[in-house]
Design a protein around this ligand. Structure first.
Ligand code: ME8
Length: 545
């Protein structure tokens, strides 16, 4: 059951807030894009409701503190610089966010302190001591049974790593505050199992539930939520106890509340219920536990409504290794967009990494193949074929371009069927969070239209006027409907395409996707190349000359 259209309040989508230890990569862009696509979708389908997308940066914690120390700069300076790069990324990728949140902002500090005091007042915080492993790179405590010893092949040094992520862990022994996470075990399990299926896609919810119910699992044990200030200075102090700093994940998870105006003291725009709860939270599969357990537990403790959908996505890999800032095997999204164009990269990420549940391997060769075979040879080719003036002139009159033929031939039936079903198919895939399948359904129609035009051959002298009509009508309807539906994914390219086709900007709504109902338009006057030939650097094509 999808929650996408279910409430009256404004649609609210979030991305993780990203660590500022290094520049953004393709993986971060992927999360921003998913949130962008769904926010555009909500706005497009429910124009009166309003839709807000939030992204931002996670700036506190030991990891950032250490990177700043290593670079010999104050942490705030590191944060200011890298945070701007995440804004640049959204801007460059045409990600239409409304709120950008930084955890070093004063409003966020106030929200975090408020959450702490409320949890404390309600008896969910107690003082305790912790002795165990901590992974700085993941900013997380690691249970005893999830660490293992490795030996550095070069230096022979022995050290402990998290067996889940492979990152190094350190032994910590200290006094700190704990959150009574264990008190929420039953309500959390109930929520995860509920019909609303908050964790998407469902296999990831099943995996989490299986893990939680495994004997000896510690995910729902009480959680350390502070560090001694002697070790962690770069963070928000525990209210009334400056000897302790709030654990960075508690700090970070509150960002979604801060952005929605919590504790709702900022006037009407920040009333409780205006934005909260999020309709969609996009996260990578690496941080499911924090969003599916810790955040909901804190919300339950505060008596606040829980997010509707947690959309988890797989990882982009390079040569099958997770792209990661700490590891340094990353692809630069700015370079990729510069070379291939913003919409090509938007499409590539949403289609190839489109949440099938699998990881996807990123490479220039796969982008090139995708560009040539799908964008250039399918959409581009169809657009150029039906905008060729010589062919258009063969139409007996221009309005035939948007007028359904009175006789449908055997050869038209498959394409007509695909087009009639397409809007609903597309939406059904979006509702189940399969952006890849949604895009695929559009391309199935485009591919069929290319077959249709090759078969009818309107450019031949011998082709009858009615066959010319059928070809130009069906092919331009395909492009019109494909263009309207793909606006969410390729806002710029589809604008070019729909403009060339003469589609009225007021008639680019979902309701306009019906075959033959596109209305009058000015026929194209010159042949258009929406996806010109691009030669990738170092590609086989280039080498051949
Ligand atoms: O975890 N493929 O920040 P982070 C796809 N600050 N997506 C990827 C990816 C990859 N290879 N690598 C990263 C943090 N991502 C915390 C989050 S939220 C309250 C705090 C995306 O900078 C993906 O969404 O390590 C992943 O969950 C997120 O970036 C982690 O970014």
């Amino acid at each position: 059951s999808s929650s996408l259209a279910s409430s009256d309040k404004q649609f609210y989508a979030t991305t993780p807030i990203f660590y500022v230890n290094a520049a953004p990569h393709i993986g971060h862009l992927h999360s921003q894009l998913l949130a962008d696509v769904y926010t555009r979708y909500s706005r497009w389908r429910n124009p009166d409701k309003g839709a807000v997308m939030c992204t931002g940066t996670d700036e506190h914690g030991l990891k950032i503190q250490r990177v700043a120390e290593a670079q010999g700069i104050p942490p705030k300076k590191l944060c200011d610089g890298v945070s701007e790069r995440f804004k640049d990324l959204a801007r460059a990728a045409n990600v239409d966010y409304q709120i950008f949140i930084r955890t070093t902002e004063e409003r966020h500090g106030r929200a975090v302190e408020h959450v702490w005091r409320e949890l404390d007042k309600r008896g969910y915080i107690y003082k305790s001591s912790y002795a165990g492993w901590y992974a700085v790179s993941d900013e997380t405590y690691v249970p005893e049974d999830a660490v293992g010893e490795v030996i550095d092949p070069k230096s022979g040094e022995k050290y402990m790593v998290s067996t889940e992520t492979g990152t190094r862990v350190e032994w910590m022994e200290e006094e700190n505050y704990k959150f009574r996470l264990s008190a929420f075990r039953e309500p959390l399990l109930e929520w995860l199992r509920s019909d609303a299926s908050p964790v998407q896609p469902p296999p990831r919810a099943d995996a989490l539930l299986a893990e939680l119910t495994r004997p000896g699992n510690t995910f729902l044990d009480d959680l350390s939520i502070s560090r001694p200030a002697s070790r962690l200075t770069w963070g928000i102090s525990v209210p009334e106890d400056p000897g302790h700093t709030i654990y960075v994940w508690i700090d970070a998870l509150v960002n979604y509340l801060t952005a929605a105006g919590y504790p709702w003291q900022g006037g009407e725009a920040f009333e409780k219920g205006k934005l909260w709860p999020p309709d969609l939270q996009v996260v990578g599969k690496d941080i499911i536990r924090f969003h599916a357990l810790y955040l909901p537990a804190v919300l339950l403790a505060l008596d606040l409504p829980l997010p509707k959908t947690l959309l988890t996505h797989g990882h982009w890999t390079m040569d099958s290794m997770k792209m990661s800032k700490s590891r340094g095997n990353v692809a630069d999204p700015f370079e990729a967009m510069q070379f291939w164009g913003v919409d090509t990269i938007r499409m590539y990420l949403m289609w190839w990494g489109g949440n099938s549940g699998k990881d996807a391997d990123y490479s220039t060769a796969t982008i090139e193949r995708f560009y040539k075979k799908d964008l250039e040879a399918q959409v581009g080719n169809l657009a150029s074929r039906i905008t060729t003036p010589k062919v258009l002139k063969k139409l007996e009159s221009p309005e035939l371009l948007w007028t359904m033929p009175t006789t449908i031939e055997e050869d038209d039936k498959k394409l007509l069927g695909l087009l009639q079903a397409l809007p609903a198919t597309y939406e059904r895939h979006l509702a189940t969070f399969r952006v890849d399948e949604a895009i695929q359904s559009v391309f199935d129609a485009v591919r069929e239209a290319n077959w249709h035009i090759s078969h009818v051959q309107p450019w031949l002298k011998t082709t009858s006027p009615s066959a010319v009509h059928r070809a130009l009508f069906f092919e331009s309807e395909t492009l019109r409907i494909a263009g309207i539906l793909l606006q969410l994914i390729m806002p710029e390219k589809t604008k070019v395409l729909l403009d060339v086709l003469g589609v009225d900007p007021a008639r680019r709504r979902f309701e306009d996707c019906e075959v033959g109902k596109g209305g009058e338009r000015t026929p194209p006057t010159e042949r258009v190349q929406v996806f010109p030939t691009v030669v990738a650097p170092g590609s086989a094509t280039e080498e051949k000359g």
